[in-house]
Structures are given as structure tokens and as C-alpha cells.
Write a protein that binds this ligand. Structure first.
Ligand SMILES: [Mn+2]
Length: 465
């Protein structure tokens, strides 16, 4: 298993101190969270920025980097005998911190005192946007800010400095991400073997998740395993697979180091796709390739998105479902009837990397405003690509009956969409593939050492029908 070296953690903290320049950086670690009662908790997941800078994968910790005093302090409590009886023992707080190159550890009670003193000295307390209720309450206790005020008081300086670091993946991180992608690919290969008429979506999901779980990984996000792929986040597992259906899987592993893989596959439930399904699948593959052909340093990801959207419009035009100039149809947003989401997103410690810090800081250049138009508003990544960026590419083609009806009744993009030709396609459902990439100094590299089926021939060969 690849890991991150102590030197890297120390370097990350030093760079952050230099970049923010002054004040006190407050990091709240995650807590155990009750699912239906306090002692029955969700799987513990440490906050990703906490992991990135401190590497401590334990609940109930906080950390402070006091830039003005040049101090790094971790706050936490030692286990009580009750904790040890129920959950076993752990290294002491001091031992945990020493492994991460931090010599100063203090009881959790001392955190508020430390922050109060810092504020009395006139130091700025920088903190990140809270995404959990318990962090909002904690910030209220520590800083006296009620949750409504917290959003405005979030430190943009700290957010931007963290994004500036976490957005570039170094060789250590890429090696771990590649492990996650390989596990994810094997999860998908299990689905190609499992999918057939008569079995249930839940059986495929179980086969997929087994691959991740039996090697000690977890899931990077809830699995999508469905024959209703037009519902973009379909987590229900309620259908039985039937001959003629398209099965869509979107699933990925999170390694023990908490880096994510994220892949999607579409396959026939039967031996082969129907002719119509093959046609749409191939239009989708062309759009995928058009996007990948754009990927290199300096090219805005928005351009790759538009290249994929243009190919979809071209394909729809050959089927008579669209008309007019495909380039224009893509640029004004008519493509979004069939491709209502973005082409991809940053990936790292989070499957949508750093989305908690604010999508506009991660996926967009400073000063660049995200569109509010349907389709473009779901483009999570738009900025020019740089070496070290790790992200997904996942164009799809979906027929969403409710969306078709809405656009038709509103007369949206009537010059580009042949609504009268869409009736026979309403129940087509949807399909996508998704792969993960890293931008290199002069191009792009697909992540993973195992091939995921993409072409029709590869898809059919991967099925054990
Ligand atoms: Mn994705």
C-alpha cells in the first residue's frame, strides 16, 4: 500500500503557513455521528483537509496552526477506560501526534482558551466552511458565531490557500489514487460478469461492493447500479434486470488512505445492445473521445465539455432528434436536454474534490462566474487544466421524459430540437462511461493499470453471458 511520507505532511503545513501569512488556522476534525441513535454511528470519515495536513484518522480531534507564533497544536482527549472497554486502545494523543511531526498536543478543553487568547491579542482566526451540524455548533461554542454568521466569516484566504495546494497531486498522491482507480475498475469488471436478465439491481451492487470491501477499502460514494440510468443519482436498487435494458453502474472505491476512484460503465443486460442502443452508445463514445482529445495543460475544461456536447448534438442531428448547427446548439445550451450534467469533476481525497470548500474556488478561476443556466450550472470544473490536476471525464446521454415534457411545453430551443421525433425515444433511459485522468507536463494520462471496457467489442467481451 502506498502512503504519504511524514516529510510531505510537514511540507504541506509549512507551505500553508507561508501562503496564508498570518493569523491562526483552525481545523475541526470530524466526530462520530449517530445514524439513528447516538451509539449507532455512520462509518467514521475524517475531514479531508484535516487528513491532508495532519494525517490523523481519528474522531474528536481539532488542530491549530498559529502562523504568528509558529506553532502547530493538536487538541484531543485521551481515551477513558470506558472507551477502551468498548472500542479498544489507541496510541496516546502525544504518540499519534509525534508520528505526524507535531510535538505540541493538548486536551480539547484548552482549545477555546487558546482561541480566546489569540483573539485578545488581535489575531485573526481562520476557519473553513462547516458542512456538518456538529461543526456549526462547535464553531458557535468556540467563536461565538451562530450558524447564520459562519458562512460570511469563513476565511477565504484559508480556503484559497488550501485549494491551491490540494488541487495539484504529487507523485505520492497519484500512486494512491491509481490504487483506488484499479480497485474501482475491478468493481466494474465484476458487474460486467454479473449483469444478466432476471437478477436484481441489488445483487449487482453487492457483487461490485464486495470487491472494494473484501480488500479493506470502502466506497467513495453510494453506488449507482440501475436500469434507470436517466435518473442521475439513482440509489434505490429496486428493479429486476430484463433483456433489452441498459444497465448503468457508477461506483468507486476509497482506499485506506481515503483517496477516491470514480468510474461509470454502461452495458446491455442481455448479450448485446439493440441496434438503437448501439447507435446511442457509439455517439456517446465519440463525445467521450472528443473530450479526451482536448485534455492538456492550458485548455479550459469547459472547452472539453463543449466538445463532448457538440458531438452529442451532431449525433442527435443524424438521428433527426436535433437540427441546426451542432456547435451553436452546444454553446447556447440546447445539448442539456440529453446531457444535463457536467463533463467531470476534480477527484482526490473527496470524490468531488474539495466541494465542501466551495465549487467556485476549485473548478473555476478567480473572477470567473459560474453560469446559472440549466446544464452549464452543473459544470463543476471549467478552469484551464494544469499539470497535477486529477479529474473525471463522464459524458452521458439521457432521455428524461419529465425534462422533455417541460422543455417542449416551454418551447425551449425549438430551433434545435425536433420534439415531434422524440416520442419513440422517451423510454430509452440513459448511459454513460466515466474514466479518471491526470494532466501531465505536456498532455494527459488515464489513471489505472487495468483496462475498463469502453468499445462495444470490449463491453461484449467483458460480459460472461
Ligand atoms: Mn463522477
Amino acid at each position: 500500500m502506498n502512503a504519504i511520507s511524514l516529510k510531505t505532511y510537514q511540507h504541506r503545513r509549512s507551505q500553508l503557513k507561508r501562503d496564508v501569512g498570518s493569523g491562526v488556522l483552525l481545523f475541526l476534525g470530524n466526530q462520530e455521528v449517530g445514524m439513528n441513535y447516538a451509539d449507532n454511528t455512520y462509518r467514521f470519515r475524517q475531514d479531508s483537509s484535516f487528513l491532508y495536513f495532519f494525517g490523523l484518522d481519528y474522531a474528536h480531534l481539532a488542530a491549530v496552526i498559529d502562523i504568528d507564533e509558529d506553532r502547530e497544536i493538536v487538541f484531543g482527549n485521551e481515551l477513558t477506560i470506558d472507551d477502551i472497554v468498548w472500542t479498544g486502545t489507541q496510541p496516546t494523543l502525544h504518540e499519534k501526534c509525534e508520528q505526524m511531526g507535531i510535538v505540541d498536543s493538548r486536551p480539547m478543553d484548552a482549545l477555546k482558551t487558546y482561541l480566546d487568547q489569540a483573539r485578545r491579542k488581535g489575531q485573526t482566526i481562520h476557519f473553513l466552511p462547516p458542512y456538518r451540524g456538529d461543526h456549526q455548533v462547535w464553531l458557535w461554542e468556540l467563536l461565538g458565531l451562530n450558524p447564520k454568521e459562519q458562512g460570511i466569516q469563513v476565511s477565504q484566504r484559508m480556503v484559497k490557500a488550501i485549494v491551491r495546494q490540494r488541487i495539484y497531486k504529487d507523485a505520492e498522491e497519484i500512486a494512491i489514487i491509481e490504487e483506488a482507480v484499479d480497485v474501482s475498475t475491478r468493481m466494474h469488471l465484476a458487474a460486467y460478469r454479473k449483469v444478466r436478465p432476471g437478477i436484481h439491481e441489488a445483487e449487482v451492487a453487492a457483487a461490485v461492493e464486495e470487491v472494494a470491501c473484501k480488500e479493506g477499502n470502502t466506497l467513495a460514494f453510494p453506488t449507482i447500479a440501475t436500469v434507470k440510468g436517466q435518473v442521475l443519482h439513482n440509489h434505490g436498487f429496486i428493479h429486476t434486470l430484463q433483456e433489452g435494458d441498459i444497465f448503468l453502474l457508477d461506483a468507486g472505491a476509497e482506499t485506506r488512505m481515503h483517496y477516491a476512484g470514480d468510474l461509470s460503465s454502461s452495458m446491455p443486460v442481455g448479450e448485446r445492445f439493440t441496434e438503437r442502443q448501439e447507435t446511442i452508445y457509439n455517439i456517446h463514445l465519440e463525445s467521450f473521445q472528443a473530450a479526451v482529445d482536448m485534455l492538456r495543460p492550458g485548455v479550459p475544461f469547459r472547452e472539453a465539455h463543449l466538445a463532448a456536447a457538440t458531438k452529442i448534438c451532431e449525433g442527435m442531428k443524424t438521428l433527426g432528434l436535433m437540427k441546426g448547427d451542432p456547435v451553436e446548439a452546444a454553446h447556447i445550451g440546447a445539448y442539456a436536454l440529453f446531457f444535463p450534467c457536467g463533463l467531470g469533476h476534480m477527484m482526490g481525497l473527496d470524490v468531488h474534490n474539495m466541494e465542501n470548500l466551495g465549487e467556485e474556488y476549485v473548478g473555476y478561476n478567480e473572477g470567473e462566474v459560474k453560469s446559472t443556466q440549466f446544464g452549464f450550472k452543473s459544470l463543476r470544473l471549467a478552469r484551464p487544466l494544469e499539470p497535477g490536476f486529477v479529474f473525471t471525464v463522464e459524458p452521458g446521454i439521457y432521455f428524461i421524459p419529465e425534462l422533455i415534457d417541460k422543455w417542449q411545453s416551454e418551447g425551449q430551443f425549438r430551433d434545435f430540437i425536433n420534439y415531434d421525433k422524440l416520442a419513440p425515444w422517451r423510454n430509452f433511459t440513459g448511459l454513460r462511461n466515466e474514466l479518471d485522468y491526470v494532466i501531465t507536463d505536456n498532455g494527459v494520462r488515464q489513471l489505472g493499470t487495468i483496462k475498463k471496457p469502453m468499445t462495444l467489442a470490449e463491453v461484449y467481451a467483458a460480459k460472461e453471458y
